[in-house]
Design a protein. Structure first.
Length: 280
C-alpha cells in the first residue's frame, strides 16, 4: 500500500515538473527581447532600412540572411545603437529592448551596448594578454578584486570552449592566437560583462571549416543563456544553427519565420529564389 501511494505521488510530481518545464519553454518562446516597429534608417539620402518590423525572442538564435548590401549588418548595429558613430545616419521608428525604445533621448547608450554585445566579422582582440582581454570589461565596471577577475576569466573562457587551449598561457598576447581562437576570445570578452543578447556580424566568414564548426557549436550552447542574432551569407549555416530566420533584400524584410519554414516552405517567391540560388 505504501508503495502504491509513493507511485501515485511520484506521478503527480512528475506531471507538475513536466508542466513547469512546458510553461518555461512557452514563456521563453513568447518572451520578446527586441522588437522593431516601422524602423527606417538612412545614410544621407540612401534609405538603407525600410519599415522593418520584427521580433527577437529570448534564448533563441535568429539568423539574418540576404545578398550583400541588403542591410543585414546595418540592422543588427541598430539594435545597440552602433550606427550612432556614423555622422550621416538618421533613423525613424522604434527599436524596443524589453519594451523600452533604445532611441529615446534619455536612453543610456553605454548600458544598452553592455546588455547587447557585438561580435564583428573580423576578430578584434585588444593588443593585451589573453587574461586582460577578458578582464578589461569587468575592470571598466569597477571590479578590482583579483579572485573575482580570475573567476570571470576562467568562466568566460570555459563558456567559449577556449579554456583548455589557453589556460597555461593566459599572460601571452591575444594576438598570438589563431583566427578561430581570437574570435572565441572576442565572444568570451563580450560575455564577461554579462550581456543578455549577443549580436554576431558574420563571425565565421574569415575562418576555416574546423574553426567555423567550433563557433557553431559554441552558438548552440550559448543560446541556453543568451539570445543570439547572427548575420550570415552561409545559408547552410543559418539552417544548421538558427531557430528563426529573416530574409532581407534591398533594405526590406521580405520574410521572417521559423527556420524550418523559411527553408522548406517559404511564403514569398523572392525568398524561394534566394535560398535556391537563383540570385544573390
Amino acid at each position: 500500500m505504501v508503495i502504491l501511494m509513493n507511485i501515485k505521488v511520484k506521478k503527480k510530481t512528475d506531471t507538475k515538473i513536466d508542466n513547469e518545464i512546458t510553461k518555461f519553454h512557452e514563456e521563453n518562446e513568447n518572451h520578446i527581447v527586441i522588437e522593431c516597429k516601422n524602423f527606417n534608417l538612412w545614410y544621407d539620402e540612401n534609405h538603407a532600412l525600410k519599415n522593418i518590423n520584427m521580433k527577437i525572442k529570448k534564448h533563441k538564435v535568429t539568423a539574418i540572411i540576404g545578398p550583400s548590401g541588403c542591410g543585414k549588418s546595418t540592422l543588427i548595429r541598430s539594435f545597440n545603437r552602433m550606427n550612432d558613430i556614423i555622422d550621416c545616419c538618421k533613423i525613424k521608428g522604434i527599436v524596443n529592448f524589453h519594451g523600452q525604445n533604445v532611441y529615446t533621448s534619455n536612453s543610456r547608450v553605454m548600458e544598452i551596448r553592455t546588455r547587447i554585445g557585438m561580435i564583428f566579422q573580423k576578430p578584434n582582440p585588444f593588443p593585451l594578454s589573453i587574461y586582460d582581454n577578458i578582464a578589461y570589461g569587468p575592470r571598466v565596471h569597477k571590479i578590482r578584486n583579483n579572485k573575482k577577475l580570475d573567476a570571470i576569466v576562467e568562466n568566460c573562457l570555459k563558456m567559449a570552449f577556449l579554456w583548455e587551449e589557453v589556460k597555461d598561457r593566459l599572460k601571452d598576447s591575444a594576438l598570438g592566437l589563431s583566427g578561430g581562437q581570437q574570435q572565441r576570445l572576442c565572444i568570451a570578452r563580450a560575455m564577461a560583462v554579462e550581456p543578455e543578447i549577443i549580436l554576431m556580424d558574420e563571425p565565421t566568414s574569415s575562418l576555416d571549416p574546423i574553426a567555423t564548426a567550433k563557433i557553431e557549436d559554441l552558438i548552440n550552447d550559448l543560446k541556453k543563456k543568451y539570445s543570439i542574432v547572427i548575420v550570415t551569407h552561409n545559408m547552410q549555416q543559418a539552417a544548421r544553427i538558427s531557430d528563426y530566420t529573416a530574409f532581407m533584400y534591398l533594405g526590406k524584410l521580405i520574410e521572417f519565420g521559423k527556420t524550418d519554414q523559411i527553408f522548406e516552405s517559404p511564403k514569398k517567391k523572392l525568398t524561394e529564389n534566394y535560398i535556391t540560388g537563383r540570385f544573390g
